[in-house]
Design a protein around this ligand. Structure first.
Ligand code: SF4
Ligand code: SF4
Length: 342
């Protein structure tokens, strides 16, 4: 059922929600916008997107997996995980919500990644429709509707407040638990806002990005294209694009010798790095061209090939604003579609 939250009652909503569980909200700090735990007095950002995506909540940058304590001939194995509590992430945009479906395909498919699953089970996604999409947005190229995000609870800004709707049982239970802050509303209360958002999205230049060159079954056609050489020349191998990307999911596992045992942890890795997937015999991708190609072939060919046509990009545009060399997935797609001489 649709509910309505008056603009002036937004703080009441956060106070009520954060009394139930930790609620993370986007907050501006200097040049970046990051999620922080809500507390009274905090100013929630009005910017379109956080600098890093909400994937950090489910797949953090570093994470302890297991500890081994050595005592003489005995080895004690310790699971460092603590009892997890419910939490909510507020203001997740449609592109980032879709990224969870992509991460789920990787981490919730057998063998299930129990570290990720536990966070997904305890996390509540409160999404927000994009009333002010940016020129760098192209979620619509991947079939995502910025006006009607997925999520457990969806907020849509209207003229004087927010239309609020639960999309899952978890979301329904959450809204019921803080029912006092809302008013009941007609089901069509968000329609006008949605229409405006879709009109803006339809005018964005990147929304028409041509995907026909890509998809499952295109490996042979694309792997040896000469354009990879010129495209990859700009790449500094800094890995920024992978770290801001909501769908990049690669990690490395390392052991840290504590002197009386070992702590095993995982941390994000990047296929743009020269030591990525390095094995005893060396690295299978010897040049930056090969590493660069891997990142885009994975998102545009290998992932859809293995996942019913779903691309490994959600068009969030973060790589368009973050790359120090102004290289990004849009340039790659356009170049490979138009050919070397364009
Ligand atoms: S952000 Fe740009 S320069 Fe850095 S690894 Fe990605 S494509 Fe290369
Ligand atoms: S490749 Fe770029 S636009 Fe696509 S999801 Fe990743 S950061 Fe966003």
């Amino acid at each position: 059922m649709m509910k309505f939250l008056k603009k002036e009652h937004l703080t009441r909503f956060f106070d009520a929600a954060s009394a139930k569980m930790t609620v993370y909200v986007p907050v501006d700090s200097g040049k970046t916008t990051d999620y922080k735990a809500y507390k009274p007095g905090i100013t929630v950002s009005r910017k379109l997107k956080t600098t890093r995506s909400a994937k950090d909540f489910f797949f953090p940058q570093t994470e302890s997996l297991v500890e081994f304590k050595v005592n003489g001939k005995n080895i004690e194995i310790i699971d460092p995980r603590k009892e997890r509590e419910d939490f909510a992430v507020f203001g997740v945009r449609a592109c980032d919500v879709r990224s969870f479906a992509i991460l789920d395909k990787v981490y919730l498919t057998d063998p299930v990644d129990t570290y990720y699953k536990s966070r997904r089970d305890h996390g509540l996604i409160i999404s927000m429709a994009c009333t002010r999409p940016a020129e760098t947005c192209f979620c619509n190229a991947f079939g995502i509707d910025a006006a009607a995000p997925e999520g457990d609870v969806v907020f849509t800004e209207t003229e004087n407040g927010y239309a609020v709707e639960a999309k899952t049982e978890k979301g329904e239970a959450f809204l019921d638990s803080i029912a006092d802050v809302f008013e009941n509303a007609e089901d069509n209360i968000a329609d006008e806002s949605r229409t405006k958002i879709r009109e803006i999205m339809a005018k964005l230049l990147l929304g028409n990005l041509d995907k026909t060159t890509f998809g499952g079954g295109k490996t042979e056609e694309l792997f040896s294209r000469p354009e990879w050489a010129s495209l990859s020349e700009a790449c500094l191998a800094c890995g920024t694009c992978t770290f801001v990307c909501p769908t990049c999911q690669c990690y490395d596992i390392k052991d840290y010798d504590t002197g009386h045992g070992v702590k095993r942890f995982r941390c994000w890795d990047s296929c743009m790095y020269s030591d990525f997937t390095k094995m005893a015999h060396g690295n299978p991708r010897l040049t930056q061209k090969e590493r660069f190609r891997q990142r885009f072939m994975h998102k545009l060919v290998y992932f859809p090939e293995n996942n019913d046509g779903e691309f490994g990009c959600v068009g969030c545009g973060r790589c368009l604003v973050s790359c120090p060399s102004s290289m990004n997935i849009v340039k790659v797609m356009k170049k490979l579609t138009e050919g070397e001489n364009k």
